[in-house]
Design a protein around this ligand. Structure first.
Ligand code: UDP
Length: 339
């Protein structure tokens, strides 16, 4: 790994962070993971060293930056459950906004000027249906989204005051898994739609609850834009390259540009895996906007970023093995072999 340009990756042991580390490695960088392992996994840290510490530990961050000769940071370490943020707002502000302050101070302390930040479409709140552009007003409707918007504001102010340059990547719904099987989605507890639905389809848990069927969407269920985690990871590497080449501070959507309702997602799982998703109708979940779909144009213009694996069926095909499901064609072959 000698000679590789080191990038600090806070939250590098988590779902998106670990895929970003792999993408960094493939692009010739050395990812240095900084993670307290509260939700991440040691065995997901495969492409560089691990510094086990909390992102709110500013002295620890500064020490890691100095000891690894870091010039740029990707910041993923945060709490990321909308529902939990409604129940534990102070914790979200402490971890997410507090973590950002700590990281900015460590960057100012050590002279690091480039930050790629894991922001979210949750900063837009509940915009009118249609594709969301970056100039859509940001009006988050839950503490998670507000904590991410606070981080963007901090970055903007510190960019103006101190010459930091940042790329705030507002992602839509990250899903899927590394196509080569090196990494997968493992949250504990799991709260995200596609993994829960695949677990229900494979019989690893009971029926999926569909939260809310009276939204103003085509079938009454919430609509989301799912982006493959490997595409997302590649977008982060392009943002590192963009800042390294002198790009100015920016905020960009990372999404596929296509929305799918919950019922459409359940049907896609059935069609890809051959297994229906047992489900029951349930009340709305607090904090959920009806519809979030990206306009991905600015990221393409700025970074040359285009999704490659973010068709919903491709996302499901790549994730299925980690949930004990096979894509339908493989499932048929297995059945034939057994006969
Ligand atoms: N959802 C659901 N049942 C579940 C988990 C999620 O109906 O068990 C819905 C959730 O209410 C939202 C959508 O699926 O409308 C996507 O939720 P997820 O938690 O995956 O991502 P979010 O959009 O909240 O970041």
């Amino acid at each position: 790994m000698t000679g590789r340009f080191p990038i600090l990756v806070t939250g590098g042991a988590g779902f998106i962070g670990s895929h970003a580390c792999k993408a960094l490695h493939q692009a010739g960088y050395l990812p240095v993971t900084f993670d307290n392992l509260s939700t991440g996994h040691t065995d997901a840290v495969k492409w560089g060293p691990l510094e086990k510490a909390d992102v709110r530990n500013q002295a620890g961050l500064s020490a890691a930056i100095r000891s690894h000769g870091i010039r740029a940071v990707m910041h993923f370490a945060a709490s990321a459950y909308v529902g939990e943020s409604v129940e534990r707002p102070a914790f979200y502000y402490d971890n997410n906004a507090g973590g950002m302050i700590s990281l900015i101070n460590a960057c100012l302390d050590t002279g690091v000027k480039q930050i790629v930040f894991s922001s979210s479409c949750a900063t837009y709140g509940s915009p009118a249906c249609g594709r969301i552009r970056e100039d859509t007003p940001q009006a988050p409707i839950n503490p998670y989204g507000r904590s991410k918007l606070m981080c963007e504001d901090m970055l903007r102010d510190c960019s103006a005051a101190h010459g930091l340059r940042f790329a705030a990547l507002r992602y839509f719904n990250a899903a899927g898994a590394d196509p080569e099987g090196d990494l997968s989605e493992r949250h504990d507890p799991e709260t995200h739609l596609l993994p829960l639905a695949m677990q229900a389809a494979s019989g690893r848990r009971g029926p999926l609850q569909v939260f809310g069927t009276d939204y103003p969407t085509r079938d009454g269920s919430c609509e989301r834009d799912y982006i493959h985690v490997s595409d997302l990871a590649r977008g982060h590497v392009l943002a590192v390259d963009y800042l390294a080449a002198g790009g100015s501070s920016t905020a960009l959507n990372l999404g596929s540009g296509t929305g799918h309702t919950i019922f459409e997602a359940l049907e896609a799982i059935r069609s890809v895996t051959g297994k229906a998703v047992p489900h029951e109708l349930a009340p709305r979940r607090a904090g959920d906007p009806p519809s979030l779909t990206a306009d991905p144009g600015l990221a393409e213009e700025t970074l040359g970023f285009r999704t490659e694996r973010s068709g919903l069926e491709q996302i499901i095909r790549d994730a299925a093995p980690s949930f004990g499901l096979a894509a339908a064609r493989e499932a048929r072959h297995e059945r034939q072999a057994a006969e």
